[in-house]
Design a protein around this ligand. Sequence first.
Ligand SMILES: Nc1ncnc2c1ncn2[C@@H]1O[C@H](COP(=O)(O)OP(=O)(O)OP(=O)(O)O)[C@@H](O)[C@H]1O
Ligand SMILES: [Mg+2]
Length: 354
Amino acid sequence: MTWGNTSGQEQDARIISHVPRARNHFSLLLVHAIILVLSMIETRHLYKTFDKFAAVENLNLAVNAGEIFAFLGPNGAGKTTTMRMLACLIAPTSGEATVAGLRVGRDDEQIRARIGILTEAPGLYEKLNAAQNLDFYARLYGLDAPTGAKQIDRYLNILGLGERRAEPVGNFSKGMKQKLSLARALLHEPQVVFLDEPTSALDPESAKVVRDFIAELKSEGRTIFLCTHNLDEADRLADRVGVFKKRLIQVDTPENLRRQLYGERVLFRVREISDAHENVLRALPFVRDVQKQDSAFSLALDDAANTTPLVVNALVHAGAAIQEVREERASLESVYLDLISSPLLEGEGAEGKV
Ligand SMILES: Nc1ncnc2c1ncn2[C@@H]1O[C@H](COP(=O)(O)OP(=O)(O)OP(=O)(O)O)[C@@H](O)[C@H]1O
Ligand SMILES: [Mg+2]
């Protein structure tokens, strides 16, 4: 992450040194009440331009309270830039954004107290050990010593770093630093968690620990804004995904995106495939597409739940020996690749249909 000439540590210290130490419970209650009716994150006509280069254009987005929202897009799409604007690390060029009902650019201190962010740059103190790093941030977050110690233990253990807590972070691997940064982002139990590629440096086992952990954060009622290039991860975790490349291309649940782009497909495997079977299938009014494979037909069906038995009937009547019937799921990867190469990108783009 580039941000002037400041180091990661300086930035982080600057980010959270404003966190109010004593929270005003009344204002917290008020914020909770407001976000019950509003989205947890909302942007309206948000733009970010670096010199003359537009990194984010006219972003209109609403992320619901308590959901995992995956923000997907190619390298340089503007995902991290968007996240940094929402986390009050850089100022938008124009437009509006609210986080937890608070205005970016006006209520930054209060927003910072309610969010946790894992950025691309870990920004840890290499000479301090893991626990000392977290302790430093616990103090900045205004946690009292016993609470800080409890939180540090909790997150080091959850993320599998408990036994390495006394080692200087300079000795840590990239993945270990990534996990420590995640722990740091959560010490103050934020309502909204921004995670920029949280599993990018992790081995499969650690990535699973972190994924399970993200799901747990959601089950605790937090809102998660997740940038990832791991589409399988997005598919597994996200309630909704936003496909983004400078502009928002599409927002929906992974399931709806599949359905919109590919319809409902069902695979029928038969013992001996024949043209006669194919002709029978093509004659059915609810069959929208027939793809013949080695020993199976892949059909796009209207109302698949109700029409699948009718297809089975028709095949049986045509003398086919059916060996398997199963719903086919397009991968989120194929949906994503279709959307990202969409001609819409060249035109106005799809505004955040949320
Ligand atoms: N501080 C900056 N100054 C100038 N240009 C910048 C700055 N930060 C980001 N950009 C540019 O904005 C664009 C979007 O960058 P950003 O880091 O938001 O992309 P991204 O979607 O997070 O990509 P990746 O998947 O590679 O992390 C890029 O072209 C980048 O070079
Ligand atoms: Mg990025």
